[in-house]
Write a protein that binds this ligand. Structure first.
Ligand SMILES: *Cc1c(COP(=O)(O)O)cnc(C)c1O
Length: 413
């Protein structure tokens, strides 16, 4: 049940409280004026006791909802045993976790890290060594092709190949060796491939760009092309993978198997940062002792939750829910009638609802918040909808109704 909508006065009051909360924090985010104190499944409760439907899911980190009992139990049990050993020693959760992720991805070997950006960095390092040692590219000369409007994280190397000025301006000098082409354009991609090209790094569906789904056949064509030119295909499935699109991996929709899967977000079950790359030995063998690592990567707690996440995914239930309820969500969104609406991009329980360029998606999200639904704007005029995959039909209705009402009430800035 949705709580009764609060008055605008309540929200303003809360905004005042919030500005004092930010007194000692860097201003690298601009959050909605809500202070969450508790969460359960798809619902979060703020400090005033108001409940909201979480239609963002921590950018897909919460695919299984908040505090999924199976995942919480796995972490709790592990807390009473051992939480951290460092990789200087073996621990009794590690092999199981790697076996589980190997089975899920169909890849020989796993290298666990913590955040998504670290896993992307790991994939880049793997590709660079592979390019030199296996493909024979002169040392330090390998280039990686990425897509315009990509989002792969926030390290200096990664923002260096971002095309978003907010992400990169002022943070140079940047790591060389990256080239960017329009997402979805196979011909432009092929034209850029030369003898020094070692990898193509893509999000199979671009999340931060606004849930951009490439033209049908694009991923399969990129797979064919990269195989033909002995170039690695690296799929950043950090946001798109692990059930979000109605399949285990977004690449599955085109039966594409990349050389490297990059996983993160939901792999930690919304509890811990857990990321990993998965690849066959011909690639993973480039890592030798001392060549890469992380103090926390693959720790017992992370492995316990990661294994539990794989077990949830192996039931197929979440992919199925995402597929079926995603269709229902899409129908609901398409029933919204408004001249402001430009395009609805939907795959599984993931939607980019794009409005005319002069529409403030942030304003729409604020309005949705007042109606009890938390969603996130992206790219100025796109509302991103990505509820936990545990959402039910009547809750999808609530979500659509809130967006519909926000759109109907919208008055320009
Ligand atoms: C969120 C995200 C990342 C970065 O993950 P962090 O855990 O924030 O470092 C990388 N790639 C994609 C596609 C993402 O959505």
């Amino acid at each position: 049940m949705l709580a009764p909508p609060r008055s605008l006065a309540d929200v303003t009051l809360q905004e005042t409280t919030i500005s004092s909360l930010e007194e000692h924090s860097a201003h690298n985010y601009s959050p909605l004026p809500v202070v969450i104190a508790e969460a359960d499944d798809i619902w979060v409760t703020d400090i005033h006791g108001t409940k909201y439907l979480d239609a963002l899911s921590g950018y897909s980190a919460l695919n299984f909802g908040h505090r999924h009992p199976t995942l919480v139990n796995a972490v709790r049990a592990q807390l009473d045993r051992v939480t951290l050993t460092s990789r200087a020693f073996h621990h009794d959760r590690f092999a199981q976790f790697c076996t589980d992720v190997s089975r899920l991805t169909g890849k020989d070997a796993i290298l666990p890290m913590n955040t998504g950006a670290e896993a992307v960095e790991t994939a880049i390092k793997a590709a660079r060594r592979w390019g030199h040692q296996c493909k024979g590219v002169p040392v330090d000369q390998g280039t990686i092709i990425v897509a315009d409007n990509n989002f792969h994280g926030r390290t200096t190397t990664i923002v260096g190949f971002s095309t978003d000025p907010d992400s990169r301006t002022g943070f140079g000098p940047f790591t060389p060796g990256f080239r960017s082409v329009p997402f979805g354009d196979v011909d432009r991609l092929e034209a850029l491939i030369d003898d020094n090209t070692i990898a193509v790094l893509l999000e199979p569906i671009q999340g931060e760009a606004g849930v951009i789904i490439p033209p049908a056949g694009y991923l399969a064509a990129v797979r064919t092309l990269t195989a033909k030119h002995n170039v690695l295909l690296i799929a950043d499935e950090i946001q798109a993978g692990l059930g979000r699109t109605g399949a285990t991996f977004a690449c599955d929709h085109e039966a594409v198997v990349p050389d490297i899967f990059v996983l993160g977000k939901a792999l930690g079950g919304g509890i811990l940062p857990v990321s990993a790359i998965a690849a066959d030995w011909d690639v993973m063998e480039v890592f030798t002792p001392g060549s890469h690592g992380s103090t926390f990567g693959g720790n017992p707690l992370a492995c316990a939750v990661g294994s539990a996440v794989v077990a949830l995914l192996e039931t197929g239930e979440y992919q199925e829910r995402s597929r079926v309820l995603g269709k229902y969500l899409e129908e609901g969104l398409r029933s919204i009638e408004s001249d402001l609406l430009v395009e609805i991009r939907c795959i599984g329980l993931w939607a980019g609802v794009q409005f005319a360029p002069d529409v403030s998606a942030k304003k729409l999200c604020l309005s949705m918040m007042k109606k009890g639904v938390l969603a996130k704007d992206t790219q100025q005029s796109t509302v991103r909808i990505a509820p936990p995959l545990t959402i039910r039909v009547n809750e999808v209705d609530l979500l659509v109704t809130a967006l519909d009402a926000a759109v109907k009430e919208y008055v320009g800035a």
